[in-house]
Design a protein around this ligand. Structure first.
Ligand code: ATP
Length: 264
């Protein structure tokens, strides 16, 4: 038996005319069911490209993705993506945005009443039940991200793919949302692959942090296991030696890679 989610020797080269850029080189990673894995690396190294390959939105040039024993190479409801800039449909209410996804996945297997209560349940999970009849333009950025997360969770994906989901938010909103995601992960045991630029966020949330080298031809440089017990409380971690050590290791990796590029 292999890993639950396997990224197997992924290579990606973009070609335009006669010019081609090799963005990812031999990226191999095994992720267990219920694991929270973050990918961190400098801007442009290929993190989003990698996530898009897992999502099936971009094809790999070589290698592939195996999820729960099956190769995946096109988008599917078993992999739900939450992007940095929410992608809610502006003409639908909060409820309707989530319901649309629920209907898409479950119209053949669950009754109308079940789909209705499942939609409400997922909005409650992210504390957005109270705003169910609002439209995206009437709610804040953080609330929109919550709805995006509810929509993704409601599809009951095998893997949740988060592409800098908190990147555009102010620090306080970001912290609230991180706490919500930690609670949801603890309660539901989701398998999560998340891209982030934020070292503290990576350490706080992850079981493992995958550090990418700079592109072109980015690879996995190091993988750091974050051996912090859960539940994790951000205030307790400020002085926690394991937390500080992990944070330092990631910062060091990023700093050294950056220096390398500057010197090259
Ligand atoms: N469709 C495309 N065609 C050509 N090149 C592309 C395409 N998509 C991405 N790239 C290139 O691939 C490289 C990696 O881009 P990607 O967006 O994956 O990086 P990233 O690590 O997610 O960056 P950031 O952290 O800034 O979001 C970049 O050099 C980018 O210009």
């Amino acid at each position: 038996m292999g890993a639950y989610l396997k990224l197997d020797h992924i290579d990606k080269t973009f070609t335009r005319g006669s010019a081609s850029t090799n963005v990812l080189k031999e990226v191999t990673l095994d992720i267990e069911k219920g694991e929270y894995v973050s990918i961190i690396g400098h801007s442009g190294c290929g993190k989003s490209t990698l996530l898009n390959i897992v999502a099936g939105l971009t094809g790999a040039s070589a290698g592939g993705v195996i999820l729960d024993g099956r190769e995946v190479n096109s988008p599917g409801p078993d992999r739900a993506v939450v992007f940095q800039n929410h992608s809610l449909l502006p003409w639908l209410t909060v409820y309707e945005n989530v319901r649309l996804a629920v209907d898409k996945v479950f119209s053949g297997t669950r009754s109308k009443a079940e789909r209705h209560s499942w939609t409400l349940h997922n909005l409650d999970l992210v504390q957005m039940g109270h705003a169910k009849d609002k439209r995206p333009s009437e709610i804040s950025g953080g609330m929109k991200q919550r709805v995006g997360i509810a929509r993704a969770l409601a599809m009951e994906p095998k893997v949740l793919l988060l592409d800098e989901p908190f990147g555009a938010l102010d620090a306080l909103t970001r912290a609230h949302l991180q706490d919500s995601v930690m609670q949801i992960h603890a309660a539901l045991g989701n398998t999560i692959l998340m891209i982030t630029h934020d070292v503290d966020e990576a350490v706080l949330l992850s079981d493992r942090i995958v550090m990418m080298t700079n592109g072109p031809s980015a690879r996995i440089g190091e993988v750091l296991e974050v051996k912090l017990a859960r539940p994790r409380k951000r205030l307790d971690l400020v002085t926690n030696a394991t937390y500080l050590k992990a944070r330092e290791a990631v910062l060091k990796f990023l700093h050294e890679r950056h220096r390398f590029v500057e010197a090259a």
